[in-house]
Design a protein around this ligand. Structure first.
Ligand SMILES: C[S@@+](CC[C@H](N)C(=O)[O-])C[C@H]1O[C@@H](n2cnc3c(N)ncnc32)[C@H](O)[C@@H]1O
Length: 340
């Protein structure tokens, strides 16, 4: 007889409910604890390890996915949008999901496979959306009918302390969506000079105190997210706590964009976009800050004027007040679309 496997107690946490991301075991297993997850969502929060898709109704109305058609979700994330689009493409259609994140993407693939989407209808590719034409070629396609890009980071990336994106939770100052590629935010900060950092803070986050902060932060060895947040606050002793918090968010955003080369990827994606759509095909892009939205608006408008699109969203579309109330992470979202 083999020895019984010893029972291992879960690590205790202090207080009634777990506070730390990694202790929220019920939220990490939504299939086992649906009631807990529903309660967290009802309170306006995002359960640990999950991402709530934004503007689903609006996206489905614009894309209007039909059976037999092909969609690319350029930013698969948790698969929230993908799992809404996939059933509408059946029978006969398929969705290709791209993401650069080697940690979350396998989990999302497993979740969608378990939900019944096999290789015949759902392909997953570890790819940057800047390389969209290469993805199409690898799939044997010349164009697709629907493209979705929900820019930025997922809630899983943001909330997992070890990923180093969070302005509140202590973690390594990393911020790479693909931790196997490029340099961490800590490495970038350690080697950047003050002029370069000031330009980066302005360009990537419209930081009004860019020059001052750059002088205080450039070249520093700050290993933890909390070290950087503290260094930013200390650099602004005369500002209110609220203003300091805003600068903390902006500096984190600027570094994240730089580390992941987000604007280069977005510009390349936008340039290829019209050629990647079939005639009549539609694209929807969700942005979360002005640097992204400016690029999307300008490029879609120029492509429309140049005759590459037959229609595009002149006005930005925003999430409803009800959605922002239920999911505060939707608040800054802007939606733009275009049709080939
Ligand atoms: C806002 S989340 C998407 C959430 C998803 N729509 C959902 O409903 O679950 C953005 C995702 O895009 C990925 N991402 C960001 N930039 C990317 C790029 N250039 N190429 C591919 N994936 C990217 C991130 O790793 C992240 O998982």
């Amino acid at each position: 007889m083999t020895d019984p496997v010893p029972h291992r107690r879960r690590v205790r946490y202090s207080g009634k409910n777990p506070r730390r991301f990694e202790d929220k075991y019920k939220e990490h297993s939504p299939e086992k604890y649906p009631d807990t997850v529903a309660k967290v969502v009802a309170s306006g929060k995002t359960p640990a390890g999950m991402h709530r898709p934004i503007m689903v109704r609006e996206i489905l109305e614009i894309l209007a996915p039909e059976p037999g058609k092909i969609a690319i979700d350029c930013t698969l994330g948790y698969g929230g949008h993908a799992s809404e689009i996939l059933p509408l493409l059946q029978p006969g259609g398929r969705l290709i999901g791209l993401d650069v994140d080697p940690i979350e993407q396998p989990k999302t693939e497993a979740r969608l496979r378990a939900a019944g989407y096999g290789e015949d209808v759902f392909h997953v590719r570890r790819a940057n959306f800047a390389g969209l034409p290469k993805v199409l070629a690898a799939e044997g396609l010349t164009g697709v009918d629907y493209i979705l890009a929900d820019l930025g980071v997922s809630s899983m990336q943001l909330d997992t302390p070890d990923r180093g994106f969070s302005v509140k939770l202590p973690g390594p100052l990393d911020m790479r969506m693909n931790p196997n590629k490029g340099q961490s935010a800590a490495a970038l900060l350690a080697q950047i000079n003050s002029d370069e950092l000031a330009a980066l803070l302005e360009e990537n986050a419209d930081e009004p105190r860019a020059a001052l902060l750059a002088r205080k932060l450039a070249g520093r060895s700050l290993e933890k997210t909390t070290d950087l947040a503290q260094a930013i606050r200390s650099a602004l002793p005369n500002q209110s706590e609220e203003e300091q918090d805003k600068s903390v968010r902006r500096v984190f955003q600027a570094l994240r964009i730089a580390v992941n080369e987000e604007f280069t990827a977005l510009d390349t994606f936008l340039k290829h976009l019209p050629n990647c759509l079939n005639p009549g095909g539609r694209v929807v892009i969700l942005t979360f800050h002005s640097g992204e939205d400016r690029r999307v608006k300008k490029t879609l408008q120029a492509a429309y004027r140049g005759g590459l699109f037959s229609a595009f969203s002149d006005d930005v579309i925003r999430p409803s007040a009800a959605e922002c109330g239920a999911n505060p992470r939707a608040t800054s979202t802007k939606l733009r679309w275009a049709q080939r």
